[in-house]
Ligand binder design. Structure first.
Ligand SMILES: *Cc1c(COP(=O)(O)O)cnc(C)c1O
Length: 421
């Protein structure tokens, strides 16, 4: 902790003195979740150098590209000379209108594209900045553990305190809203949840969402719903929007991403829609820190939504991931490792086999991921990268073709047997 003496000189300038000036590195950086991912990346490079072929099931970056139609729209827009002025940071009128129409088509939800919609440079952009737009330093927000790393990272950047809601196996990993104490509800500015979530693809139905909105309205808390995996439900399950709950617009916002739904991760585009006060606050902040998404990317995103609206539900990306999930989970079971079948997303949340590292007191997940990668070239992310409750698990991303996933399962089987599992 550093204590600053603030002095004002005759000219009115504020001079900040500190006995321990940082050498160009803020304390906040230590609270961001990037270190474990960097560790895995470094080990990956080491393994590649040693000649072992890496199968990367670590970072959740889609391995396929967007449809031809989307790529063609992007190319055409890129070639037009009038595509290169600063875009509006809130997003073009055409993009916001199309996003609102898609919300209506997909969820039967009505949002106002003028006031209840903001384009984002990927939903990461909004998730990273929202706390700074709606909270003051010292405020409190509720986030899940385990959770997607930027949830708590954004709070650290904004100087907001986190109250973590554990996702426990005994509750089927569903956050227990009734367990949040009244004083936390009273103090919290927002509660951030994600259904289906990452790293755990836990889902929520309308009654659960309704209860969440009811509690939020009672305590004047903003509900922030991250719906990055809306198009990745399996076995006929289609994720729902929190804005389907009547009255949700009074107290909720929702994040949407084109990265996983349309394989557009590198384009950096998403949107936040919902409560107009919160949307307005994020727009205002963003109009100062960036100038929006490149016009051609917004045009390509419009085409992605139009194309989805002209297709059947099973023409999206979900079938491919469902198939991969089935192939991989079955192969892993044949190797003796039975894992929970996710009902959505591109991730397996795998509990380490009981017999692995029984004598290791702490850091079993990190050790497992590290040793597996070194020994077999298969990269996965240790569960504690997503919070304390992630210890004892690893996250496996289904971002390789089926034959590579089968090969990964085979290598994992050899590793497990070598470790007495
Ligand atoms: C991938 C992901 C995001 C970020 O998506 P972008 O739109 O690419 O920034 C947000 N939330 C979750 C849960 C994700 O998995």
């Amino acid at each position: 902790m550093l204590y600053y003496l603030i002095k004002t000189n005759a000219g009115g300038n504020t001079l900040t003195h500190s006995s321990a000036k940082q050498k160009w590195r803020s304390d906040k950086l230590a609270h961001l979740g990037s270190s474990i991912f960097a560790e895995v990346a470094a080990t990956k490079a080491e393994v590649r150098k040693s000649g072992i072929e890496v199968i990367d099931l670590g970072i959740g970056s889609p391995d396929r590209g967007p449809s031809y139609k989307i790529r063609a729209a992007l190319s055409e827009a890129v070639l037009r000379e009038d595509s290169y002025s600063y875009p509006a940071s809130k997003g073009s009128a055409a993009f916001r209108r199309q996003a609102a129409e898609w919300m209506n088509w997909r969820f039967a939800v009505e949002v106002d594209p003028e006031e209840e919609m903001v384009a984002l440079m990927g939903s990461q952009d909004g998730l990273a900045h929202l706390a700074q737009a709606v909270c003051n330093p010292g405020d409190l927000a509720i986030v899940p553990d385990p959770g997607y790393p930027i949830y708590s990272g954004a709070l650290a950047l904004a100087g907001v305190r986190a109250w973590t809601l554990p996702l426990l196996e005994e509750n089927a990993f569903r956050p227990d809203l009734e367990q949040i104490p009244e004083e936390v509800w009273r103090e919290a500015v927002f509660i951030l949840l994600s259904f289906p979530g990452n790293p755990i693809s836990v889902t929520a139905d309308l009654p659960y969402m309704t209860r969440l909105i009811e509690l939020a309205r009672k305590w004047d808390v903003l509900v922030v719903h991250d719906l990055a995996y809306s198009e990745l439900g399996f076995d006929g399950y289609r994720p729902i929007s929190i804005l389907e709950v009547p009255g949700a617009l009074d107290t909720a916002v929702e994040f949407h991403s084109f990265s996983k739904s349309f394989n557009m991760a590198g384009c950096r585009i998403g949107f936040m829609t919902g409560n107009r006060t919160a949307v307005g606050a994020l727009r205002e902040l963003k109009s100062n820190v960036d100038y929006g998404v490149f016009g051609p990317v917004q045009e390509a995103a419009v085409v992605a939504l139009e194309q989805a609206m002209a297709s059947a539900p099973d023409e999206g990306v979900s079938k491919m991931y469902e198939q991969r999930r089935n192939v991989f989970v079955e192969a892993l079971a044949r190797e003796g490792w039975t894992v929970r079948l996710p009902e959505a997303t591109m991730f397996i949340w795998a509990k380490l086999p009981e017999a692995y590292g029984v004598n290791v007191e702490a850091g079993r997940s990190r050790r497992f991921a590290h040793e597996l990668l070194l020994a077999t070239g298969v990269a996965v992310i240790p569960g504690d990268a997503f919070g304390q409750q992630g210890e004892g698990y690893v996250r496996i991303a289904l971002v390789e073709e089926e034959e590579r996933l089968l090969e990964a399962a085979r290598r994992m089987g050899i590793f497990l047997r070598r470790n007495g599992c």
